[in-house]
Design a protein around this ligand. Structure first.
Ligand SMILES: Cc1cc2nc3c(=O)[nH]c(=O)nc-3n(C[C@H](O)[C@H](O)[C@H](O)COP(=O)(O)OP(=O)(O)OC[C@H]3O[C@@H](n4cnc5c(N)ncnc54)[C@H](O)[C@@H]3O)c2cc1C
Length: 665
């Protein structure tokens, strides 16, 4: 699959040179600023490194903090910064395996999105185990390994799911419904609405609808949060006809996807600060919040084990074991960091279960064969993995139609866009993808087909291997009758995306689809008692008839969209899949050969009762522990029809409120 990149003409070296960003001057008072250079050659060992980062200790005593947050990613920096901001008298220490990369074009320049993905200086760059139902392919599974986590490498679109989807979370954890999360969606963002009279307002929206949206805005959107939520400023020539084609196909434009109903097609918000033109992510927003010097961020350090002590029948997590995470310049040995209050595990949906298992928290059937004693018997750890399978189709467009392939085809345009970005922070390089939508199955399946899917779901419900899965399947089935919950995602990417290599002098557009409520449940488990080995990730993509049928028919529907009268005159021909892929069987084979992921893993340390197989309770405390919380996408009990950045921030914000006793839900 192609990278998610606006411009694929640049090598990493060229991009770094073309967009070298000067140091920001001024700005907000920084938290205790650590020198986070990767050059540690003059530092002899890990303990000296910790001292150089600002940690203190008495003599040879262990280093201590009040709160340790493992993972300086999306949710981790949100919860850590809020804790430090709230109480200047406590010390919060974040341990992040990646490095801080301020002013790095591969992160900061929106138009270079995707360029850091797969690069191990930014990304854990995992792969799944071979997927039997995807022609035995190993699917690239990205996860940010850099300060800011996945918010530093993602594609910068921001959204929330529909309210019933969060309301269903509350069936597994009290207070985690739409009402209980909305304050935290608002608290994280500084939102700027699309401007009437510009292409930011997509076709299909009336002035009255726009006015109504503005009046309702204070109820649903935040305007004083740390992270920017804005809209693109330039749009290509295929945008308008695509939206009109979707409207023709009874998919309305939605002006207010953040207000509790995210169905329809919409101009998605972006995590771009329009004043600077740069990516707005956890490391250049949340990390800078605390005014007191009580937040220490350690980078390049990998947490390898939680330190546990049994105390009156449950486990007290006393701290964490750390190693320097760069194998090439590795310091010898490890060090311990102790926590007087809590350890917060925020290492993401792949690495959180990994660290729990390495620490003896998990399923004895997984741990025992690896020689690890299950200190806490929690079979839910690393199970319930849910992902968003993703399929892309490409079309060549007629000569002269403007898409972002112009950056590849027209070197003068490319140079002008680079110059504009360097000078003003605007233009194509300040742009990400705009047109996203979630649709119900009745837009492309008959009532009989949906009825058949319901029967298949009933069968799965009857055969479900656990009560937790059975309840999730029932929710999934109920979504089929809910007009306000999307079953399938549609994305329009205005450039070549699946066709590799794209033809010279040819412009493309891509239509993509994803199934957000896949029935498949996978696993992520360690395979050895070795903290530096990647886990085995097995999402079980398309392992059942329901997911396969929906994704295949959704993929076929992409071609129907391209053939709609509104769009047809812009399109030259299907490119991937080619026009001779026609029958259901051909489509299914093509889908199996090309499906990948949108990179939204969730659910691997799920919030649910212990009896159901949950790992954390509604306060995010790990069962069997007094003071270990999980705060990241792992806690999601059942997946949502949304890109997950805003939800991860909301999890971080709500976790802080819970810990500080400020959560009123
Ligand atoms: C390539 C990509 C594109 C995406 N695009 C979008 C998008 O456009 N819009 C959207 O809404 N969502 C998108 N997502 C999803 C979204 O970004 C994530 O769901 C979300 O950021 C996850 O947040 P998190 O806090 O759970 O984990 P993360 O942000 O990944 O944070 C986990 C952190 O823990 C660190 N860590 C892990 N293990 C250890 C350890 N042992 N010791 C120390 N540190 C450790 C990691 O290095 C990382 O920094 C994308 C994700 C990816 C990977």
């Amino acid at each position: 699959m192609a990278n998610w990149r606006l411009d694929e003409t640049l090598t990493v070296e060229q991009a770094l040179a073309a967009f070298a960003i000067p140091e920001e001057s001024g700005g907000r008072v920084a938290a205790l600023s650590i020198s986070l250079s990767e050059d540690v050659s003059s530092i002899p060992n890990i303990e000296e490194y910790l001292l150089s980062c600002g940690l203190q200790r008495d003599g040879n005593d262990p280093f201590k903090a009040d709160y340790i947050v493992i993972g300086g990613g999306t949710a981790g920096l949100a919860v850590a910064s809020r804790l430090a901001e709230n109480d200047p008298n406590i010390l919060v220490v974040v341990v992040e395996a990646g490095y801080q990369r301020d002013n790095d074009p591969l992160i900061d320049v929106p138009g270079l999105y995707g360029m850091s993905v797969g690069n191990t200086q930014y990304d854990w760059a995992y792969k799944t185990v071979p997927q039997p139902n995807l022609d035995q392919r190993e699917i690239s599974s990205a996860a940010g390994k850099v300060l800011g986590g996945s918010s530093a490498i993602n594609y910068m679109v921001r959204m929330r799911a529909s309210s019933p989807e969060y309301d269903n979370w509350a069936k597994f954890g009290a207070g985690w419904d739409w009402k209980g999360l909305l304050p935290y969606f608002k608290k994280q963002e500084s939102y700027q609405a699309p401007i009437w009279g510009t292409p930011q307002i997509f076709p299909g929206i009336t002035k009255e609808q726009d006015n109504a949206a503005r009046q309702q805005e204070p109820k649903f959107r935040g305007h004083a949060g740390p992270t920017s939520s804005t809209h693109n400023e330039i749009y290509t020539e295929v945008l308008e006809p695509t939206i009109k084609a979707l409207n023709n196909l009874k998919i309305p434009t939605n002006r207010t996807p953040g207000y509790g109903n995210s169905t329809g097609i919409f101009n998605i918000a972006t995590a771009v600060n329009r004043d600077t033109g740069r990516r707005s992510y956890a490391a250049n927003t949340y990390r800078k919040l605390p005014k007191a010097r009580n937040l220490i961020v350690l980078t390049g350090l990998c947490a390898t084990k939680l330190l546990l002590k049994t105390e009156s029948g449950s486990e007290l997590v006393t701290g964490v074991q750390l190693v320097y995470s760069n194998p090439e310049t590795s310091f010898p040995g490890s060090s311990e960091l102790l926590a007087s209050k809590e350890v917060i595990l925020s290492a993401g949906a792949y690495n959180t279960p990994r660290l729990l298992e390495l620490s003896g928290i998990g399923d004895p059937k997984v741990l025992k064969p690896l020689g690890i004693d299950a200190v806490i018997d929690l079979p839910g750890v690393g199970s319930n993995l849910q992902e968003h399978p993703f399929f892309i189709s490409d079309f060549t467009v007629k000569k002269g139609v403007f898409t972002f392939d112009k950056l590849r085809i027209d070197s003068e345009y490319q140079a002008a866009q680079m110059a504009e970005y360097r000078e003003k922070g605007t233009g194509a390089y300040a742009t990400t993808v705009s047109a996203y939508g979630f649709i119900t199955l009745d837009k492309f399946l008959t009532t009989a087909e949906i009825g058949d899917l319901k029967k298949k779901l009933d069968k799965l419900i009857n055969e479900a291997s656990s009560e937790f899965y059975k309840q999730q399947l029932q929710i999934r089935k109920d979504y089929l009758d809910h007009p306000g919950v999307g079953d399938v995602e549609i994305i329009m990417v205005p450039k070549a995306f699946a066709t590799q290599p794209p033809k010279d002098d040819t412009s493309y557009m891509s239509l993509c689809t994803c199934i957000p409520h896949a029935v498949a449940r996978g696993t992520v488990h360690i395979t050895k008692n070795d903290a530096l080995l990647p886990p085995a990730i097995d999402p079980q993509y398309l392992s059942n008839e329901v997911d396969t049928y929906i994704l295949t028919k959704a993929a076929q529907f992409l071609r129907t969209i391209s053939e709609n009268a509104e769009l047809k005159s812009y399109i030259d021909a299907p490119s991937s899949p080619p026009a001779d892929v026609k029958t259901y069987e051909q489509w299914e084979a093509y889908v199996r050969a090309h499906t990948s992921t949108v990179q939204h893993p969730a659910g691997t340390a799920a919030m649910a009762s212990k009896e159901l197989g949950g790992v954390v309770d509604s306060k995010l405390l790990v069962y069997g522990t007094k003071n270990l919380r999980v705060v990241d996408m792992s806690i999601v009990p059942i997946h949502i029809a949304a890109h997950t950045l805003d939800t991860a921030y909301a999890i971080g914000e709500k976790a802080f409120a819970i810990i500080a006793g400020q959560d009123n839900a």
